[in-house]
Write a protein that binds this ligand. Structure first.
Ligand code: ATP
Ligand code: MG
Length: 263
């Protein structure tokens, strides 16, 4: 059982020694999920978050990269992971994987930061079936464990929305639960997002996971009553608002400001 020490939000101005004291510690490293052999002990742990969204295309990659940039200010080993990526360019690259690697400050083998790469931009269970492959959550958890053992912080970007199918019987929510990570929810502000946000919050909590925070991403500049929608979510989601980003075409993830880092 994990026993986290209370930790205030990190700030880039905290000295490294002092910050190390605040960095949450647990009786079992997150990487213990991959087996005790990977555990560095109570004083050598990495932190991880699972980034999900109210839908596909709502800003999860943008958020994951912004979080990595913020974490890099205080940590030398921050790694982004895209466990399941569907859709490659003519050179066989997935743009989310490339973006996360560019935002990370440690390079790791593709088998660790992107264990499942599928060519077709489809729901992963369909893309995998069409490629004659199956997506094994256990294998992804093992890859995460190895990654976490090399990192101070790992940001895991889920595919699509929280309940996206990975196989006929498993979803992205099962992967998040197997990883046991706190979840960050990116809400793409557009009509219908209140329902999607509340359903996702409920699905996260139904799996016993903690909603560590959420990000309001104003992806529809024409959306009416944005402030009223935001106010409702602030009231209802029961987790800190980590960022509120305007519609900003061509935004640099490095420049996207977080109001606070997640616990
Ligand atoms: N606030 C914003 N202003 C302008 N463009 C945005 C904003 N947020 C996201 N975008 C753009 O929307 C697109 C989708 O964003 P992003 O790739 O981060 O979404 P995603 O949730 O990771 O998608 P996927 O489900 O494909 O992984 C990108 O082209 C991104 O640059
Ligand atoms: Mg993405």
């Amino acid at each position: 059982m994990r026993v986290w020490r209370a930790a205030p939000p990190l700030t880039p101005t905290l000295s490294r020694t002092r910050e190390r004291e605040f960095w949450p510690r647990c009786s079992e490293s997150i990487s213990c999920l991959a087996g005790p052999a990977k555990c560095g002990g109570a004083t050598d742990v990495s932190r991880g978050w699972f980034v999900t969204g109210t839908d596909t295309g709502v800003g999860k990659t943008l958020a994951s990269c912004a979080l990595l940039h913020a974490l890099r200010a205080a940590h030398p080993r921050c790694i982004g992971m895209k466990p399941v990526a569907a859709g490659t360019d003519t050179q066989g690259h997935n743009e989310d994987v490339l973006a996360l690697r560019a935002a990370s400050n440690v390079a790791v083998p593709a088998t660790l930061d992107n264990p499942v790469l599928l060519a077709e931009p489809l729901s992963p269970h369909i893309a995998a079936a069409r490629a004659g492959r199956s997506i094994e959550i256990k294998a992804i958890v093992r890859a995460y464990g190895e990654l976490a053992s090399q990192a101070d912080a790992v940001v895991v970007e889920g595919a699509g929305g929280f309940l996206v199918p990975l196989s006929p019987n498993e979803t992205g929510a099962d992967l998040a639960a197997a990883l046991g990570l706190p979840v960050i929810l990116v809400v793409g502000l557009r009509l219908g997002c209140l329902n999607h946000a509340l359903l996702t919050r409920d699905a996260i909590q139904a799996r016993g996971l903690r909603l560590a925070g959420w990000i309001a991403n104003r992806i529809d500049p024409t959306m009416a009553e944005q402030e009223a929608n935001l106010a409702y979510l602030r009231e209802q989601l029961g987790a800190p608002l980590l960022a509120d980003w305007p519609w900003q075409p061509g935004a640099e993830t490095r420049g996207l400001r977080l109001l606070q880092l997640p616990d």
